[in-house]
Write a protein that binds this ligand. Structure first.
Ligand code: PMP
Length: 405
């Protein structure tokens, strides 16, 4: 087989459909978030404002987090030195797991290399080890949950996105004796809509199902201590497993689950994605502890974040720029065409110093291609005015439809 030719023709297909991914090469600047320097292909350097970061609260640049990481490097060195089982469990990991269990009001927590791995490993293990389990999975679930469920080869039932009625119909139709698990997210990453967590918990209790909630796009940002939407709605105790990331609002890297002692111990003991991989560097764990502790106490970042989101949405509305209406911090600006979406993103970056990555199929359905804008507390009024001014001009240039106010 002509392997090189095969690779190239697959890539050519992506180019033709306008969904070949180009990564902007940026250097984040300490203490200057959301500003960054972009290294262009021609070797030139350009100042840009980042509008698509998942460092939602700028905690990746917070002095407390940076100091904690530096101290831990001075104290422990660079890497963990092994898997968690074989010499890699550092005291910073132990402290972090305690901090996470406390954050979610659970008995225990378990760390993974990333949020992706935590979903894949935890769901994959639960669904493959519990005999005869049926998983009810929201149609909008993230790839990491889908992959974990698929890997387990268990029976899988997809329910309509955020539809309590469809979930109920599907739970009612399933074998009443089968063990069940409902897997869903709180804030969905691309549309920014929020799950009816209470209603799903009600159904899960009625049908004797476990619940698995991905709070990756909510932890740190919602709830009085940053415990997520479930904390805000007083529902943490009703969820069997809460899964989260340290890589978004907490500004570092890593993923976790929080649950009962027995469940975490079970995953710790049986999940290959936990057992057979090097532990996170202790400095990452120390940075995460500092970030979580700060956000448990401080409301400033959360309030400022929500205020910035409101300001951006208002200005988009005034300019007729269509964006999805949701109750979260994610502002999806709809373009509806892969090539135009990429073109606008390129022009924003090259001509306006605005960095916002285009989001195309298969991440979102075709004809809903978008710019996924994520304001942070650090975006100034001038940044917001500049972004919306640039979008306003590009909308006219591309002859894109305006939203009716
Ligand atoms: N769950 C959801 C809903 C996500 O959007 C993502 C990543 N964007 C993940 C899990 C994976 O998290 P991480 O980036 O920490 O791997």
């Amino acid at each position: 087989m002509d392997f090189e030719g095969f690779f190239q023709s697959a890539l050519d297909g992506l180019h033709q459909e306008g969904r070949y991914r180009v990564f902007a090469d940026i250097e984040r600047q300490r203490g200057n978030f959301p500003k960054a320097t972009r290294n262009a292909a021609d070797g030139s350097r350009q100042d840009v404002t980042v509008w698509c970061s998942n460092d939602y609260l700028g905690m990746g640049q917070h002095p407390k987090v940076i100091e904690a990481m530096k101290d831990a490097i001075d104290q422990c060195g660079a890497g963990a030195g092994g898997t968690r089982n074989i010499s890699g469990t550092n005291h910073h990991h132990v402290l972090l797991e305690r901090e996470l269990a406390d954050l979610h009001g659970k008995e225990a927590a378990l760390l993974f290399t990333s949020g992706y791995v935590s979903n894949w490993a935890a769901l994959g293990t639960l669904c493959s080890k519990i005999p005869g389990i049926i998983v009810f999975s929201d149609a909008g679930n993230h790839a990491s949950m889908i992959e974990g469920i698929r890997y387990s080869k268990c029976e899988r039932v997809i329910f309509k996105h955020n539809s309590v009625a469809d979930l109920e119909a599907k739970l009612a139709a399933a074998d009443p004796r089968a063990p069940k698990l409902v897997a869903f997210e709180s804030v969905y990453s691309m549309d920014g809509d929020i799950a009816p967590i209470k209603e799903i918990c009600d159904l899960a209790e009625k049908y004797g199902a476990m619940t698995y909630l991905d709070e990756v796009h909510a932890v740190g940002m919602y709830g009085p201590r940053g415990g997520g939407i479930a904390e805000r709605e007083g529902l943490m105790h009703r969820l069997t497993v809460i899964e989260g990331t340290l890589g978004k609002a907490f500004g570092v890297m890593g993923g976790y689950i929080a649950a009962s002692t027995a469940l975490c111990d079970f995953i710790r003991s049986f999940a290959s994605g936990f057992i057979f991989t090097t532990a996170l560097p202790p400095a990452l764990a120390a940075g995460a502890v500092a970030s979580i502790r700060h956000l448990k106490e401080s409301q400033i970042e959360r309030f400022a974040h929500q205020e910035r989101v409101r300001r951006l949405r208002n200005l988009l509305d005034k300019n007729g720029i269509p964006h999805m209406d949701n109750k979260s911090h994610i502002v999806p600006v709809l373009v509806g065409d892969a090539s135009k979406c990429k073109w606008i993103s390129d022009l924003l970056l090259d001509n306006c110093g605005v960095y916002v990555q285009p989001i195309n199929y298969p991440t979102v359905p075709k004809k809903t291609e978008r710019l996924r804008i994520t304001p942070t507390p650090m975006h100034s009024n001038a940044d917001i005015d500049h972004l919306v001014g640039a979008l306003h001009q590009l909308w006219s240039r591309c002859a894109l439809a305006r939203a009716v106010a």
